[in-house]
Design a protein around this ligand. Structure first.
Ligand SMILES: Nc1ncnc2c1ncn2[C@@H]1O[C@H](COP(=O)(O)OP(=O)(O)OP(=O)(O)O)[C@@H](O)[C@H]1O
Ligand SMILES: O=C(O)[C@H](O)[C@@H](O)[C@H](O)[C@H](O)CO
Length: 173
């Protein structure tokens, strides 16, 4: 999770590969209208995001039901969005923190992406940073991606056992 340009896709694809978990690009679940809106420089509203978050939640739920570890990219900017995403599921958020200056530079340098750099201020204004009472691992998204993924593989790889126990409905011993 994190605003546009934090490195969600970069980190999540590599994390899923290293853990052998399924991967879903959250942006691919956006209704067409949401992509059109963002491409034309308009920020999404709560109403725009609701059906998309439902699709994200449903994907996670299907993965839990088949007992797979899974990684989904999703901006998950507000606490209420994160609550919708994890409802009834053993979800751990990875909050990728990157300074506005670095985000601005990354978005300006990126080519062929639907998200215009002009939407960065609204992304930052909408972000409610996760608090300690949420299931979250915060990482420094300005570090080399490989180092961040190494750290996450250690934490989530060790936890994988308990995630699978919860997800398959088998009570831990
Ligand atoms: N740790 C990193 N160090 C340096 N550059 C990075 C790092 N992570 C990602 N990048 C670069 O930053 C840009 C944004 O990364 P990425 O597309 O993974 O972000 P994102 O959060 O998925 O963005 P969006 O939500 O807008 O799709 C890319 O050009 C990527 O190569
Ligand atoms: O909630 C949102 O406003 C959106 O999900 C955005 O964050 C983008 O889809 C994503 O970051 C791609 O740039």
């Amino acid at each position: 999770m994190g605003v546009s340009g934090t490195g969600k896709t970069t980190l999540a694809t590599e994390l899923a590969r290293r853990l052998g978990w399924d991967f879903q690009e959250g942006d691919a679940l956006h209704p067409e209208n949401n992509i059109k809106k963002m491409s034309s420089g308009q920020p999404l509203t709560d109403e725009d995001r609701r059906p998309w978050l439902e699709l994200c939640h449903d994907w996670l739920e299907r993965e839990r039901n088949i007992g797979h570890g899974a990684v989904l990219t999703c901006s998950a900017l507000k606490r209420s969005y994160r609550e919708q995403l994890r409802a009834g599921l053993p979800v751990e958020f990875v909050y990728i923190k990157v300074s506005p200056e670095v985000l601005k530079a990354r978005m300006a340098a990126r080519e062929g992406h639907f998200m215009p750099p002009s939407l960065l201020p609204s992304q930052l204004a909408t972000l409610e940073e996760p608090s300690n009472d949420e299931p979250v691992i915060a990482v420094n998204g300005e570090e080399a991606a490989e180092r961040v993924v190494d750290e996450l593989v250690k934490i989530l790889g060790e936890d994988a056992h308990s995630f699978v126990e919860v997800s398959s409905g088998v009570a831990p011993a």
